[in-house]
Ligand binder design. Structure first.
Ligand code: SIN
Length: 510
């Protein structure tokens, strides 16, 4: 067993100070801690590097190779050459490789979770959950790789037959976020490879280690060189522009903010000679409605996970919690009580910790400003409401705001932080109007025991995904994606597979 501290000394001369608290952290397999770029099957140390910091402590945990545009150019050209071969592998071969990959993630889940906690800050138990979630995409798409069905269509006459088949696209440019550095990469890379495409991945600069390790495991799983290059870089806007504008890149997929998604779509349209497919998983502002007939125990469990998972930093987190006036006070009291008795904020490697830091000082500042604006406009702080400076500059206390309304910035902004904003409502028309009063529509949730109401609200909610009596909707088998400014396309599920293919119609005259 290799100690994390000696691992850093051995493998990364650039790894600077590592706190004593990590000395108990061990990597079972030191090869999983990778800091070089994976370009066309080779692990390349670049002359420049950039630091990866632990958001709990701000310590530098690694310095990773900083790829330039020329490295991306090489990876794209390599991926195109690899595609010309890889597209002819059989679906069963691709399925086997993906299954191997999923199994490797599970076998190495402890180390992969350590990487996630180190660079993202989330509690270790949550990081372990993310690794399994990530593996579920590789496993699910391994089963789907062999089912890339087309259709046989009745022809206009007996001697004319019509078919549609699905074919891979080519090189896919993949840009992944820091909030689920392993799972969001899996959700894009798995269907891309399942359908015979090749990938060039730009991981979030905050969390490249969790991406690089998947590149390593891809190699162990049997994927040929250049099918999945992973290039850490600090030059995010320049690389985004290159991927969008490059004529060899046939699809660009991105998870992140609506602002950046819009920019990338414009670049795909303007800078490239070819029309590209895009998948955009963008921002949310999820409504979470608790009707007066809701099972409050279940609603409470639901909101704890849905609002505070990953300290509120998921795009499907409940952002506005609408509570019927009849149950508002009881729900608010119980929520605060539950948080006080069960939440423990701190360093994700501490076993007692349930909630970790935010990703950056800027994230803390944004949350702080939204809370201050709400307070000035009349919201009451029932819990938290301030930074947890004693723990470090990236910590914000889990917060409950009561009396939130449409005049407040927090109503219209994706908080991406641990703030539960409670909005009181009286009737269905009012709450549906307020829930839909946003330009985004990713996820929405509600709790009721009335089946007729459940059907009505599910249909009227302007979101791509709806949870009824649950705050947990994410699953590899379910289409994930939004409407309005929450983006384009679906990930996961059969539809997530189709988004990495081109549909070809064939007419055969006998
Ligand atoms: C996200 O926040 O982008 C994804 C969350 C999930 O898959 O549950």
């Amino acid at each position: 067993m290799i100690r994390y501290s000696s691992l850093l000394t051995r493998r990364t001369t650039n790894a600077i100070r590592v706190s004593q608290r990590y000395y108990s952290q061990s990597f079972d397999d030191p090869d999983l801690f990778r800091t070089r770029a994976l370009i066309n099957g080779k692990w390349i140390k670049k002359p420049d590097s950039f630091p990866v910091r632990n958001p709990s402590t701000q310590e530098i945990v690694a310095k990773v190779s900083d790829c330039q545009l020329s490295d991306y150019e090489d990876a794209i050209v390599g991926a195109k050459a690899a595609f010309d071969e890889f597209r002819h592998t059989s679906p069963q071969e691709r399925s086997d490789m993906l299954e191997n990959l999923g199994n490797l993630l599970i076998e190495n889940k402890q180390d992969l979770a350590r990487l996630i906690t180190l660079e993202n800050g989330k509690p270790f138990a949550d990081a372990l959950g993310e690794v399994l979630y990530s593996a579920s995409y590789f496993r699910w798409f391994s089963q789907e790789a062999v089912r890339m069905y087309g259709t046989v269509i009745p022809g206009p006459s007996g001697n004319k037959q019509m078919f549609s088949i699905r074919q891979p696209l080519g090189v896919v440019g993949i840009m992944t976020p820091w909030n689920f550095p392993s799972a969001m990469l899996a959700r894009k890379v798995a269907p891309a490879l399942a359908t015979g495409n090749t990938c060039v991945v730009k991981p979030a600069s905050e969390t490249p280690l969790s991406a690089l390790v998947i590149g390593w495991l891809c190699q162990q799983a049997g994927f040929p060189p250049s099918t999945c290059s992973i290039l850490p870089t600090s030059k995010t806007p320049e690389v985004g522009k290159l991927l969008c504008g490059h004529d060899l890149v046939k699809k660009v997929t991105f998870t992140g903010s609506t602002r950046v998604g819009r920019l990338l779509m414009a670049q795909c349209a303007q800078d490239s000679k070819i029309i590209k497919k895009v998948s955009m998983e963008l921002g949310g502002n999820a409504p979470f409605i608790i009707f007066n007939d809701a099972d409050l125990d279940k609603a409470l469990n639901g909101i704890i996970g849905c609002k505070f998972r990953q300290s509120g930093q998921t795009c499907v987190c409940a952002n506005r919690i609408f509570v019927h006036k009849d149950v508002y006070d009881e729900f608010a009291t119980r929520l605060v009580k539950r948080m006080i008795s069960t939440f423990n904020l701190g360093d994700g490697f501490n076993e007692k910790v349930t909630h970790g830091p935010l990703i950056s000082a800027a994230a803390v500042e944004k949350v702080s400003q939204l809370v201050e604006d709400a307070k000035q406009k009349g919201a009451e702080v029932l819990a938290g409401g301030k930074k947890a400076e004693a723990l470090g500059p990236y910590f914000y206390r889990p917060t409950v705001l009561s009396g939130v309304n449409e005049s407040m910035d927090i109503f219209h902004t994706e908080v991406f932080g641990p703030v539960a904003s409670l909005v009181k409502f009286e009737d269905t028309e009012e709450v549906i109007r307020m829930a839909n009063n946003t330009d985004v529509g990713l996820a929405g949730y509600f709790y009721t025991q009335d089946i007729n109401r459940a059907q009505e609200i599910a249909l009227r909610m302007e979101t791509g995904m709806v949870g009824i009596n649950t705050g947990a909707i994410s699953d590899a088998a379910l289409p994930f994606g939004g409407i309005k400014n929450s983006g384009l396309g679906r990930e996961g599920s059969l539809h997530g597979l189709e988004d990495y293919t081109e549909l070809k119609s064939i007419v055969l005259q006998a």
